[in-house]
Design a protein around this ligand. Structure first.
Ligand code: 26V
Length: 828
């Protein structure tokens, strides 16, 4: 064992400065004479990392000693955002680092901005996983995350005259100071090959391509606790001996490096496009690599902890291990655990099945049919022949079970089964069904969403296993999403609550309610919001060149661009507003509420309709912002390259935020929680977590509009029957776009999606026309409310005060108690 060394605990600025300087000299990544912001960032990060590693080691050793039941969160995506200010904030060292950097001739704010924002996720699902890690660490839970180390994360978005363009985002361009490579944590990974049946009937997967998964650990510090957990991300590589030196020397470089190239491809990009067969295969390889490496690691740790003085019993596995699958992406964890237990550890089917099905749990994050994963049986059988066998056997046993205990469900089996061969040209594996059948618990991410799972998507499964289904309403970490992103508001909250304990006990925010009418609090609150608005306005000016009036109402919609999220509804109403402002007399204009409407988000690179929406927002901005009759009352800004860092600036600056999805389609939403927490009022539909947010903050503080989820199918049907009568204002706006007012780009296909009467994505499937009038009314109420600033600020305070429920600490505690059955294990 390596003897422990005393590490300079950077409790004072001198210690910290010395430590930063130490790294500048002895962890050199740059020429020695340079100590510019970039060098200062890396040295600072490395200095912080020292503390993290020390705590990480202590946490690991403590978990090892106590040997509690532990949860493993498996996710294909994490949207961590920048780590530096979060890490020093959680460690309580922000002031020490700020002072140290000042001594060294830098300021913390500039240094923080040197860091790349690692975007190893697409959106809500990935950011949720990152919030969960923060809460697991803060709550001292014995838990960690597993993910993949993509070389390129989500693309960088640039807006040009053509609309959105995508560029590679190389978060590892220099290197990441936060990851620690674990050269001793390496597992074999196999693809293709065949299944051999040995003389004793045992099955063995052999041949094919053999790669390795190498571990990198990213330490995740809890807030005001020593506990520091790990996000372990895997990288694919070829086994060293497979580099064919002879072939290389013989000049056959390509052949020799073939396997290395194949390995590199696996973790090259987040979400390789799955339009092509190669893309699909690559995605399946990624999923398997994540599952196999993680489970081999989990099994190794289980054995290691058991073998000390006590021999291990497989029957105890699910008392020590819980695995949470973040959506269906890590579903292969199920057949992989079965395979490892049977083929590698020699257990029988029944024992392996009991262990597996009492270990894994599944979270569903969407009911959109096109997002429910289905893999070609042929591809699966070829890439993972042993897993395909196991999946088929699970399906067979499920059929037998239904025949035995619920014969009345037998005619439903065609939709409940895992293997769907109804289309003989393309038989598929339904990953969601595999998850539901194999998991001890299935949960949705907001009450409404979980109800839809129970009543619609998984209704028959629910009748079979009524206790299997749960709700776990999402949450967000109050550290990143209030304490650190809005220090101004945080200071005020702490002052009025006379404690900063709200940072770990967010329900305390209700204490603000009693002061909501207090003029002094209102003044301070308004000043903090204004400061945040000015900061964001400066950012916008820097990146778009557009000057923003900080006194205007800041109205923000930031999220992935998708038809169901209805950015189109937003921009159509903006066009209507523009047209009406132009029709006002000068006198009437005086009474209008000035607004800055901001939209941001990335469209999936091949999602043409979403890209047209991005283009339309930008074109509308061009016209409106350059129209001198209007631009003092309305500005339209597309916020480019929306990511976690941009969110941290935009959300604290927001006064109104839009969460306007077609009811029943947004599983939860999590930015809605961040906005409400930051005192931004919501205009929204009764969808996802909006329902619960409105309950918590009070319906008078929420601008509600639109159809209810239960009415959506009826309205779609009426539409199909030709019974929908559009509002004249809706027709007026579409005609205005058709007139060419916003340029000569072909908006035909976008406008056509709002016409007709049938089909997904046509016949106004997302009910934009249906909800347009009630949306306009809600927007008028917003203007009306904003005219009374004192009242608006009061609503803003009540928004924050009612957001306590939406802490991911609450969510994670519920997962820990009701699904994982794990307990806190604080490092002494
Ligand atoms: C995936 C895809 C894949 C390709 C086709 C279109 C499409 C549409 C949606 C999705 C979503 C995948 C799952 C997901 O990210 N769900 C989000 O999870 C968040 C955390 O629970 C939740 O707040 C969001 O409402 C939900 O959309």
């Amino acid at each position: 064992e390596i003897p422990p060394i005393a590490h300079p605990t950077p409790e004072d600025a001198f210690g910290v400065a010395a430590n930063i300087q130490y790294h500048a000299h002895y962890s050199p990544h740059f020429s020695p004479s340079k100590f510019e912001p970039e060098q200062a960032f890396f040295s600072t990060a490395e200095s912080v990392r020292d503390t993290l590693i020390q705590r990480w080691n202590e946490t690991y050793a403590h978990f090892h000693k106590v040997d509690p039941k532990q949860t493993y969160y498996i996710s294909m995506e994490y949207l961590q955002g920048r780590a530096l200010s979060n890490a020093i904030g959680n460690l309580g060292l922000t002031d020490a680092y700020a002072a140290a950097l000042y001594k060294l001739g830098h300021d913390l704010e500039t240094i923080v901005e040197q860091e790349k924002d690692p975007a190893l996720g697409n959106g809500g699902l990935g950011r949720l996983a990152s919030c969960f890690l923060d809460s697991m660490a803060t709550l001292n839970l014995p838990a960690w995350g597993y993910g993949l180390r993509y070389k390129y994360g989500l693309f960088k978005q640039k807006i040009t005259a053509k609309g959105q363009e995508e560029y590679a985002e190389d978060w590892l361009e220099k290197f990441s100071p936060w990851e620690i490579v674990r050269h001793d944590v390496v597992y074999p990974i196999r693809f293709f090959g065949e299944v051999l049946v040995e003389s004793d009937g045992k099955r063995k997967w052999v041949g094919g391509e053999q790669l390795q998964a190498l571990a990198y650990d990213i330490p995740i510090p809890g807030y005001k606790t020593k506990n520091t957990i790990s996000l372990r991300i895997w990288e694919a590589r070829s086994p060293p001996q497979d580099f064919d030196l002879y072939a290389f020397n013989a000049g056959k470089h390509i052949n020799a490096a073939d396997l290395q190239f194949k390995a590199q491809q696996i973790c090259a990009v987040l979400y390789p496009g799955d339009e092509t067969e190669e893309g699909k295969l690559l995605r399946l390889k990624q999923q398997y690599l994540l599952c196999s490496a993680s489970l081999q690691d989990i099994l190794a740790r289980f054995k290691e902890r058991r073998s000390k003085d006590k021999p291990f019993l497989w029957a105890e596995f699910s008392k020590k291990v819980s695995v949470q699958m973040n959506d269906t992406h890590p579903t292969l964890a199920i057949p992989e655990l079965m395979r490892l237990l049977m083929d590698e550890e020699g257990l029988g089917w029944d024992e392996a099945w009991t262990i597996t099905s009492s270990t894994v749990a599944y979270t569903n994050h969407t009911v959109l049919p096109e997002a429910l994963e289905k893999w070609s049986q042929a591809v699966m059988a070829k890439l993972l022949p042993r897993h395909f066998e196991i999946i088929a056997e699970i399906d067979k046993q499920f059929h037998a079970l239904v025949g035995k205990i619920r014969p009345d469900l037998e005619d439903k089996l065609s939709s409940l089964s895992i293997l769907d061969s109804s289309n003989p040209d393309k038989p598929v594996v339904r990953m969601a069904n595999l998850c539901v059948i194999s998991s001890h618990t299935v949960n949705g991410v907001a009450e409404l969403h979980s109800d839809i799972l129970k009543k619609e998507l998984f209704a028959d499964f629910n009748s079979l296993w009524p206790t299997k289904f749960q709700n776990k309403t999402n949450g967000v970490t109050p550290r990143r999403w209030l304490r650190f992103c809005s220090p101004e508001l945080s200071t005020i909250i702490t002052k009025w609550l006379r404690t900063d304990e709200w940072v770990t006990n967010l329900d305390l925010l209700t204490g603000l309610r009693q002061f909501a009418d207090d003029k002094q609090l209102q003044t301070e609150w308004a000043a903090a919001k204004t400061a945040n608005k000015q900061r964001f306005a400066k950012y916008l000016q820097d990146v778009t060149g557009i000057e923003v009036d900080s006194n205007s109402l800041f109205d923000i919609q930031i999220k992935r661009i998708h038809e169901y999220k209805r950015q189109l509804l937003n921009i159509l109403s903006v066009i209507y507003r523009y047209k009406k402002i132009k029709e006002l007399s000068k006198g009437e204009q005086m009474k209008a509420v000035p607004r800055t409407v901001m939209l941001g988000g990335k469209a999936f690179a091949t999602y043409a309709q979403a890209k047209r929406i991005v283009k339309l927002v930008n074109d509308v901005g061009q016209v409106v912002n350059n129209d001198r009759d209007v631009s003092h009352l309305l500005k339209v800004i597309f916020i480019p390259n929306y990511n976690v860092t941009v969110a941290e600036l935009a959300i604290p600056a927001s006064e109104l935020s839009q969460h306007i999805s077609t009811a029943g389609m947004e599983a939860s939403g999590t930015s809605n929680m961040k906005f409400a927490l930051n005192g931004s009022l919501i205009i929204g539909t009764l969808d996802g977590a909006n329902v619960e947010i409105r309950e918590e903050i009070g319906k008078n503080n929420f601008f509600l509009f639109g159809a209810r989820a239960e009415d959506v199918p009826i309205l779609r049907k009426q539409r199909e029957e030709g019974k929908f009568v559009p509002d004249p204002r809706f027709e007026e706006v579409k005609d205005f776009i058709r007139s060419g007012k916003f340029g000569d780009y072909d908006y035909g296909p976008l406008l056509e999606s709002l016409e007709g009467n049938t089909g997904y994505g046509r016949g106004d499937y997302f009910l934009v026309g249906q909800d347009f009038p009630s949306y306009l009314e809600a927007q008028s109420k917003v203007d009306e409310a904003y005219r009374n600033q004192a009242h608006w600020i009061k609503m803003s305070i009540l928004s924050t005060a009612g957001s306590g429920k939406f802490s991911s600490d609450r969510t994670i505690l519920q997962y820990a108690q009701e699904i994982w059955k794990i307990q806190a294990c604080p490092v002494p």
